[in-house]
Design a protein around this ligand. Structure first.
Ligand code: WTA
Length: 635
């Protein structure tokens, strides 16, 4: 029995026990047998959650792209590594073989070097889902530069904040992007952002939509001519296990976004291991994850995890609704996709359209279906199971986070019996704990609590870039000696986990994490607004939608409410991005506050969800009368 590939439930339990009894031995065997190292580690793990400090495979030397590309060349040189499916179904798909990928990554790496990028420098990547995105990520890793991909749906302000936070020297972007029937002028967004970013010396621009754009002399250059003349080989920079691989920003409940820092060896080992097992990938399979590489799911399970296994990974530029709601299924049929991984919000949107689109396509290639990003409701689970998987494909409901780097709780298909809405069991090496409000671990089954992890796993984020104290405060202070996830969970009678949702002020809308505080800050900058509070409420496609309570200044009172609503949403789109727009905006004379001045969001949440039969204790409120008023005027 190899540690690397779980084949049945009994093996899973055996490996799980081994991974808890002797985690170092467990991970050492996996690392040893499945990757290319330039130097072996001196110690497998050292850790201290009080600092917090975690190091895996210390002393080892490697390059992750050698593991994701070079080592496959002699056995899989002609195999498709990345299968690019464009936005427009009439545009031809592109099969990038491992050999092509090697050449393109090397050329790109040489271009970066030629522009003065060195090991440890930060490069911000603001690109749509075109091959250059995956290639530039790998090119950074090739030379030891730290990539920070910013999802190309974020606004110029959000982009500028991220560029400045990690002090990037270079930005990679494109003239524009296609998204369904729309085109988006990405370069204009970058130009706007860079007005606030004096540290950026170079912008390299990929051509996608052939638009006429402004090129700033001395700063901006077209990418293609540079790639064409670059040398097609670039030896990998050999880095230490704990050298940074990338920074990826995620929303916090307060303040600016958190730049989660992931390091090299542990991240590689864990994403490769979980990819292999959670999707049961076999050599000739075609795997498709519909996420954007701008999110952690794309980093770990479009790029690094699949490529480390020599897989064929589909990269899709488009959206599920263009040219119609059959697009996903058309792609599954066209490329004979075997593993399909998407978000519950997409499943709900597709389910709304019924099965007419599904019936047009042959989905018999599918073997495993996955979901990620938010809890999946029972109805969506069954629709996915019955109509997409034809009741033959196990659904892996994978729970994890930007911070965890890889999947922590998930069924192993064909081994773990699935149960709708349950992420089921921890991956080997992962030790979850449920905690009560007094900080005590809850033992036994049929219990619920706050979800923590009590032992390190290889792909956990090591810090928040530039703010280790915040890392400690956010994740390691709520419960002693444990990583706190911010999620609530319950454990059923057989020990299966079900994630019940966030217990902090992060709201997940269409699978995207949004912090309430940054949105409130954006709204409060509107000249007519005095104060605001955002809460989530259930939405049948998005999972949650945003409901804003807004107090106007005297000057705002005379204004037209519908115009104000539009302006507020525009303000949010400009500061954060369209994904953070509010579904409902209620103007109110006051917000329920405690005597210490804290907004009682619990009450606002109940009103927004139309669940006002029992508002709980309001006696501690400074202004209980306002609750009645808000209820009367609720939308
Ligand atoms: C939520 C995405 C229920 C959870 C990989 C977590 C989920 C947050 C699931 C992280 C799931 C993710 N079931 N909830 N299967 N997967 N979540 O950082 O609240 O974008 O904390 O990482 O999404 O979102 P992030």
């Amino acid at each position: 029995m190899s540690n690397y590939h779980i084949k049945n439930l009994q093996e899973y339990f055996q490996l799980y026990r081994k991974s808890v009894r002797n985690p170092e031995l467990f991970w050492e065997e996996i690392a040893e047998e499945n990757f290319v190292w330039r130097k072996r580690w001196d110690s497998v793990l050292s850790w201290d959650f009080t600092k917090p400090e975690v190091k895996w495979f210390e002393g080892a030397k490697l390059n992750i792209t050698e593991n994701c590309i070079d080592r496959h060349l002699h056995i899989r040189g002609d195999k498709t590594a990345i299968l690019f499916e464009p936005n427009d179904p009439d545009e031809e798909a592109e099969h990038i073989s491992y050999r092509d990928l090697h050449e393109r990554v090397c050329r790109f790496a040489n271009v970066l070097k030629g522009k003065g990028i060195q090991k440890g420098d930060r490069v911000v990547i603001y690109l749509p889902m075109i091959p250059e995105l995956a290639i530039s990520v790998l090119a950074c890793a090739r030379i030891g530069a730290i990539h920070s991909v910013v999802f190309a749906g974020f606004s110029s302000t959000a982009l500028a904040t991220r560029i400045n936070d990690c002090d990037a020297k270079m930005v990679l972007t494109s003239d524009g992007s296609y998204r369904g029937a729309k085109t988006i002028a990405l370069k204009e967004i970058v130009d706007d952002a860079l007005k606030e970013c004096p540290g950026v010396k170079t912008v390299l621009v990929a051509k996608r939509i052939n638009s006429d754009i402004h090129m700033e002399a001395g700063r901006d250059e077209w990418l293609q001519p540079l790639l064409d003349t670059a040398y097609a080989d670039c030896s990998p920079e050999i880095v230490d296990s704990e050298d940074p691989l990338f920074i990826l920003y995620t929303s916090g409940s307060t303040g600016k976004p958190k730049g989660m820092l992931h390091t090299t060896a542990g991240y590689m080992v864990y994403t490769a291991y979980t990819f292999k097992n959670v999707f049961q990938y076999r050599e000739d399979d075609v795997y498709w994850c519909t996420a954007d590489i701008g999110w952690i799911t794309g980093h770990s399970y479009i790029v690094y995890g699949p490529l480390a296994n020599g897989a064929t990974t589909v990269m899709f530029e488009g959206v599920p609704s263009y040219p119609d709601f059959g697009r996903f299924w058309q792609v599954v049929e066209k490329h004979k996709v075997n593993q399909f991984y998407t978000a519950p919000t997409a499943i709900r949107a597709l389910a709304k359209e019924g099965t007419v689109h599904l019936e047009k396509y042959d989905l018999s290639s599918l073997k495993v279906l996955g979901t990620v990003g938010e809890p999946i409701n029972e109805e969506a689970w069954h629709w996915y199971n019955d109509h997409v998987g034809d009741k033959k494909c196990p659904i892996v409901d994978t729970w994890w986070q930007t911070e965890t780097g890889g999947i922590l709780i998930s069924p192993i298909p064909f081994s773990t019996p699935t149960k709708p809405t349950y992420a089921t069991l921890p991956m080997p090496g992962v030790q979850p704990a449920l905690m009560d409000e007094n900080g005590k671990e809850i033992s036994g089954n049929q219990v619920d609590g706050r979800l923590c992890v009590k032992f390190p796993w290889p792909s956990m984020a090591r810090t928040i870039w530039g703010n280790h104290q915040r890392y400690k405060d956010t994740y390691f202070s709520a419960f002693e000696n444990k990583y706190f996830t911010g999620d609530g969970a319950l454990r059923d009678e057989v020990g299966y986990y079900r994630i019940t949702g966030r217990v902090d002020d992060v709201i997940i809308v269409s699978g995207h994490n949004l912090g309430t505080a940054p949105i409130e800050d954006a709204i409060n900058e509107h000249p007519a607004v005095a104060e605001s509070a955002i809460v989530g409420f259930p939405h049948d496609v998005k999972g949650n939608a945003l409901y804003g309570y807004v107090i106007l200044k005297d000057t705002g009172e005379s204004r037209d409410r519908d115009n104000l609503r539009k302006e507020i949403n525009q303000q949010i789109a400009d500061k954060i991005g369209p994904i953070a727009k509010l579904d409902k905006i209620q103007f109110t004379p006051g917000l329920p506050k405690t005597r210490s001045g804290k907004i009682m969001r619990r009450i606002l949440r109940k009103i927004a969800s139309k669940d006002t039969s029992n508002l709980g204790d309001t006696s501690t409120l400074l202004n209980p009368e306002v609750v009645q008023k808000i209820m009367e005027e609720a939308l």
